[in-house]
Ligand binder design. Structure first.
Ligand code: CTP
Ligand code: MG
Length: 405
């Protein structure tokens, strides 16, 4: 395994194929919503680069595999396009061990480390992720665990024997293993018909060296109704990030191109459009920049470089949709847009409704939350001389309820 500045290739497996019998209810446990998000979604989002980055971690997860009940396969597929790293959905098995084994079949051979996590633990300590991964460089696997704090009793001969808890730990997930070791452990378990409630036990059985990284009791597993109530309380009391953030964007392009004049995703003229690598839609570019700015995610040039041939002549609505994905991946959603286009000609008023509807559709917000205004500059400057068109946009975005921070 590589260490230090070189980040190992890591795959995260999420076990989410259980029904949650002890929790009960109609919806299987992984698909219950906590703070507006299913446990499955909370789990995969917690492994996204943005989440680990926010938690100040340097090790990245390169791919995520989610094991789900066959009945929820299609629902899980809906997550694929929202995830900024490759997400694979597999159908789990009758037991947790089998579900993980199914997922392991999809772990690419390049993977050095595999992290296994239960969807039933929505509060794992992301700020100790690096510690967990680094611990594997000194062993075959590392697990989060906490010292047992209850006094333990074993009923015996009509009495209760106290079990020494001084060297006992309660195991949690995520658990990270060397990929080859984990594969070997699961193959052996299959041959011997062994089923365990965690993967560390299977790795131990094939002689794997394991380490503990101290976790916290906040990383409890949701098992029964009382756990669920506690989880709801935790989410409702979690210190929320600022509910509202504001972003500003500006763009200008020169007129006189060969292509059509595109503004706000709407074609205003068949030729003589704005000159740019993409379709030159200054209004959409200003909105993208404002959205990225509000989320502190850089700017449009960073994400869609103007000299990148793949964006030549590109429909700028693609930028808007991609920006929306970036925002969502970071736990944000757009609320409102207010933009002004500065152009001497053509007259924009007849197109404003169409532009607003196009922008609203691409951002998944109500048209009433999108404002587009137009002004001339009374003959002054490059706009006044009809050399180009400029646009400014202000947006507000909000943090998505229940997104993991
Ligand atoms: N799990 C799984 N496949 C199974 C059983 C469990 O992927 N066949 C997953 C669960 O979805 C959960 C994790 O393993 O995220 C830990 O299991 P547990 O908390 O026991 O969940 P359930 O098995 O669903 O609950 P219960 O035992 O109460 O039925
Ligand atoms: Mg179970």
């Amino acid at each position: 395994m590589s260490e230090g500045t070189t980040t190992p290739r890591i795959v995260a497996v999420i076990a989410a194929a259980g029904s949650g019998e002890r929790l009960g209810g109609e919806t299987p446990k992984p698909w219950r919503r906590l703070g507006g998000q299913t446990l499955v979604e909370r789990a995969w989002r917690s492994f996204m680069p943005e989440a680990l980055d926010r938690a100040g971690q340097r090790h990245r997860v390169d791919a995520i595999i989610v094991a789900v009940d066959v009945a929820y396969q299609a629902v899980a597929h809906g997550y694929i396009h929202q995830c900024s790293v490759p997400l694979t959905v597999v159908v789990g098995g009758a037991t947790r061990t089998e579900s993980v084994r199914q997922a392991l079949r999809h772990v690419p051979p390049t993977a050095e480390l595999v992290a296994i996590h239960d969807a039933a633990r929505p509060f794992w300590p992301l700020d100790r992720w690096d510690e967990l991964v680094d611990a594997v460089s000194r062993s075959d696997g590392a697990i989060f665990a906490i010292p047992v704090s209850d006094t333990l009793k074993r009923p015996q001969d009509n009495s209760l024997e106290t079990v020494d808890r001084s060297d006992l730990w309660a195991a949690q997930t995520p658990q990270v293993f060397r990929a080859d070791m984990l594969r070997q452990a699961h193959e052996a378990a299959k041959e011997e018909g062994i089923d365990a409630t965690d993967d560390a036990e299977l790795v131990r059985r094939v002689g794997g060296r394991l380490q503990i990284v101290r976790s916290t009791s906040a990383n409890f597993k949701i098992t029964d109704g009382a756990d669920w109530s506690l989880a709801e309380r935790v989410v409702s009391e979690a210190p929320s990030q600022p509910a509202l953030r504001i972003g500003f964007g500006y763009d200008a392009h020169r007129l006189g191109g060969d292509g059509p004049l595109m503004l706000g995703g709407v074609m205003l003229a068949a030729s003589g459009g704005l000159i740019g690598n993409s379709d030159g839609d200054v209004l959409l570019h200003a909105i993208c920049d404002a959205l990225l700015g509000a989320a502190a995610l850089g700017d449009i040039g960073h994400h869609f470089p103007p000299d990148d041939p793949q964006y030549r002549g590109c429909d700028s609505r693609e930028f808007v949709r991609a920006t929306l994905h970036l925002l969502r991946a970071s736990g944000f959603a757009p609320s409102q847009v207010d933009a002004t286009v500065m152009a001497e000609a053509p007259k924009l008023t007849p197109h404003v409704t169409n532009m607003r509807e196009t922008i609203a559709a691409d951002l998944g917000i109500d048209v009433a939350m999108v404002s587009v205004k137009a002004t001339t500059t009374e003959g002054m400057g490059f706009v006044g001389r009809r050399e180009g068109i400029a646009a400014q946009a202000v947006v507000t975005i909000r943090t998505v309820l229940g997104s993991q921070s």
